[in-house]
Design a protein around this ligand. Structure first.
Ligand code: APR
Ligand code: ZN
Length: 246
């Protein structure tokens, strides 16, 4: 299978859904999770209940956020994101389901209402009780200077980045939208995911079982290659720039 096969599949499709993982953001300098040297080789995930129960874990979670330890802050979209934005702009792609929390699809010009964030967004924080939004900038100084863990300005509840942590329930509305677009597409295009985390990794399968073609562009083999119509083990930026160039 080659890039021209992928070009033809995109050409022939009328309703593409793009599904992205951390692999589309590594070319922006954000480490992925499971490649050698990835985030989980350097630090253990902090589970939701740990964040709620243990002030030490809460402090560590905020330290990672404010020191950029997880690499999400300050990155810019790369050729892969820009290619996806072209597919959306041309009307070919109806939605972008992403597991990423780096906001780079929105930053690359994909309208926010076309981005379905399954694992939330790391660019702002929310109160766990009343959902009040808090900007990271307003919390950063007091944390870095006085080590103060952020509490909600409105109700005093715990504040956490708007990322869905392990053990935290999945956001209902994005999950429902992801299901709706996965069942409605004729081409499901996976870019940069190892496809090992569920329920997110269930959407490619759902689309395929519902009659869509499944294409996977990923540096390494994935768990779902066996179901795919096309697999390209190549760099996303290069491939997607080529197959979406006008
Ligand atoms: N081009 C193509 N593939 C790439 C590139 C690239 N430039 N860079 C990395 N990859 C591939 C890697 O080979 C890897 O298989 O992207 C994949 C990324 O897989 P993971 O690191 O497992 O990331 P992801 O699939 O998004 O993880 C899913 O796990 O930890 C949780 O919540 C976290 O959303 C994340 C979820
Ligand atoms: Zn609150």
């Amino acid at each position: 299978m080659s890039r021209s096969d992928l070009s033809r599949m995109i050409e022939e499709a009328r309703r593409v859904v793009v599904f992205t993982g951390a692999g589309i953001s590594t070319e922006s300098g954000i480490p992925d999770f499971r490649s050698p040297g990835g985030v989980w080789s350097k630090m253990k995930p902090i589970y939701f209940q740990e964040f709620v129960d243990d002030p030490i874990k809460r402090r560590e979670a905020w330290r990672r956020t404010f020191t950029g330890a997880a690499g999400w802050t300050g990155a810019s979209p790369n050729a892969g994101h820009l290619a996806v934005a072209r597919l959306v702009r041309s009307g070919k792609a109806k939605a972008v389901i992403t597991q990423n929390v780096d906001n780079l699809h929105q930053d690359s010009g994909v309208p926010p209402d076309k981005v379905i964030e399954l694992h939330g967004n790391a660019s702002f924080a929310k109160c766990l009780d009343c959902e009040e939004r808090h900007e990271l900038d307003e919390l950063k100084d007091s944390f870095l200077k006085a080590g103060e863990i952020p509490y909600c300005r409105r109700c005093g509840g715990l504040v956490k980045t708007a990322v869905v942590s392990f053990g935290q329930s999945m956001p209902h509305e994005p999950m429902a939208r992801a299901q709706q677009v996965s069942l409605n597409c004729d081409l499901f295009l996976v870019l940069g995911s190892s496809l090992v985390v569920y329920p997110a990794a269930g959407f490619p399968l759902m689309a395929k079982r519902n009659g869509a073609a499944l294409a996977i562009v990923n540096r390494e083999p994935t768990e779902l290659d066996v179901y795919a119509n096309l697999v390209l083990n190549e760099e996303i930026g290069e491939v997607m720039a080529e197959v979406t160039s006008a």
